[in-house]
Design a protein around this ligand. Structure first.
Ligand code: EPZ
Length: 422
């Protein structure tokens, strides 16, 4: 098992290229199921979660290869529409084969996703959506079995809102299923994340007829067939935000390439409140921090609100703030596994229901800490770069799920992170 040994404090300088978006690539890989033939994603990131999705698609019958031109997905033959428990339980995003397989094969069997460190991951809204399109659903020993009517799915008006607002992968699933349904589907309370918009733009390039992209109301006019596509996904705004926090927490200046600040307005708003300079460049942005860290209050919300996937990283930054901050998690109320670990590094964090009260401290002290989920792990790496001494982060496989060789890319701009296999 790999661990990170991180020496701090460090100063960073130089530029980092952000990879293609994990959360755009995963549903777009599933969308390839809608169009028999070979689709290519030139900017698919090389991540553990992407490889898990490759394994899942190959178990359905797809052939997948990667070369210098990108990820090649040949979905000519899909003869086993079953999403295996062993794969889906490890990666929740596997659920987004539900909609495409229902539309293409008329029947799909997929394991209920397991829970994970950030809390319960229900799929009731996904099922509400495909049922509204006419699918019959029943549970069979932990698997969902969904079958389309003999004549195929039928478009309708669907409300996809839930207790925590919209659902990203739920919107993806229903939108993909609706592209090949008879008639028109209207999705109310659709997720507006840029990754959902990227999927919709990809589907339209494949021949779908989707309007209202980026808005909470999507209108999908069913078509007879879709064509395979070559489609480069957008840059990963969460990876970009993580690297921007790296510059801020180490009081450095970094150039971040391949990120679209138009997708990060809630994030840059909080950076400015904290005293971080963020300047737009032709290919991304320049981030610098030369003052003390001002306190700030953050509440996570569906897009365009502050993204839950940057909550842990900002908590590491505000732990060193001059004063008290409050972070409230409205998407995953249990997404606070990083609180105890940051407190082991001398942070002063106190959980109060869905919020954490952050009393800023002058410095963090290196300590052995445990990664628990993808973004909490990133927060511990960021804290380790600012803390005094050598921090060891265990269970680094969590971070490899969403960041490609993060230690190599941070070391290239001045970090001191060693990956060790113990
Ligand atoms: C996507 O997950 C992302 N994953 C998550 O990123 C991200 O945190 C999340 O959206 C929220 O932005 C991918 O895109 C692969 P949701 P998703 O359905 O679609 C509740 C990362 O770190 N809900 O938008 O699974 C749910 O419990 C990952 O890259 C229901 O109640 O999230 C949550 O509270 C972590 N019923 C809220 O909605 C449902 O049927 C939002 O979840 C579905 C969701």
């Amino acid at each position: 098992m790999d661990i990170f040994e991180i020496n701090g404090p460090v100063r960073l300088s130089g530029s980092i290229d952000v990879a293609g978006s994990k959360n755009a690539a995963l549903p777009i890989m599933a969308a390839a199921l809608l169009a028999p033939g070979e689709s290519v994603i030139p900017t698919a990131p090389d991540l553990v979660d992407i490889r898990s999705m490759e394994t899942l698609l190959e178990s359905l019958g797809a052939k997948i290869t990667r070369d210098e031109t990108g990820l090649h997905l040949n979905t000519t033959v899909i003869d086993n529409p079953v999403g295996d428990y062993e794969i889906v339980r490890k990666m929740r995003a596997g659920i987004c084969i539900l909609g495409p397989l229902l539309a293409r094969c008329g029947k799909v069997k997929i394991s209920m996703p397991g829970g994970c460190a950030i809390g319960d991951r229900p799929i009731d809204i996904h099922l509400r959506g495909v049922k509204a399109l006419g699918a019959n659903i029943h549970l069979e020993s932990g698997y969902i079995v969904a079958e389309a009517p003999a004549g195929g799915l039928v478009g309708t008006q669907i409300f996809l809102g839930g207790p925590f607002g919209s659902t990203v992968l739920g919107t993806d699933n229903v939108m993909m299923a609706a592209t090949l349904a008879k008639g028109t589907t209207v999705i109310e309370s659709a997720a507006c994340e840029p990754e959902v918009a990227d999927l919709a733009n990809c589907l339209n390039a494949m021949g779908a007829k989707i309007s209202g992209i980026g808005s909470p109301r999507l209108v999908i006019e069913g078509v007879k067939e879709l064509k395979p596509i070559t489609y480069p996904v957008i840059g990963d705004r969460i990876e970009a935000g993580t690297f921007m926090v790296a510059a801020a927490i180490t009081k450095s200046r970094l150039t971040i390439n391949n990120c679209n600040l138009d997708h990060m307005l809630a994030v840059t708003d909080r950076f400015r409140q904290i005293g971080v300079q963020v300047e737009k460049t032709a290919t991304g942005c320049e981030v610098s921090m030369d003052s003390f860290i001002h306190p700030a209050d953050i509440t996570t919300q569906p897009y365009p609100g502050f993204p839950t996937d940057l909550q842990a990283q900002f908590m590491a930054l505000l732990a060193l703030g001059e004063g008290n901050s409050v972070i409230t998690e409205k998407i995953y109320p249990d997404r606070f596994m990083h609180v105890a670990e940051l407190n082991r590094m001398a942070a002063n964090l106190r959980k109060e229901g869905p919020s954490v009260i952050i009393a800023g401290v002058d410095k963090l002290i290196a300590a052995p800490v445990m990664a628990s989920d993808l973004r909490a792990s990133a927060a511990l790496v960021l804290a380790g770069m600012a803390a005094e001494g050598k921090t060891t982060v265990q269970r680094v496989y969590h971070i490899d799920r969403g960041y490609h060789r993060i230690e190599e890319r941070l070391n290239a701009v001045g970090a001191k992170i060693q990956r060790k296999n113990i």
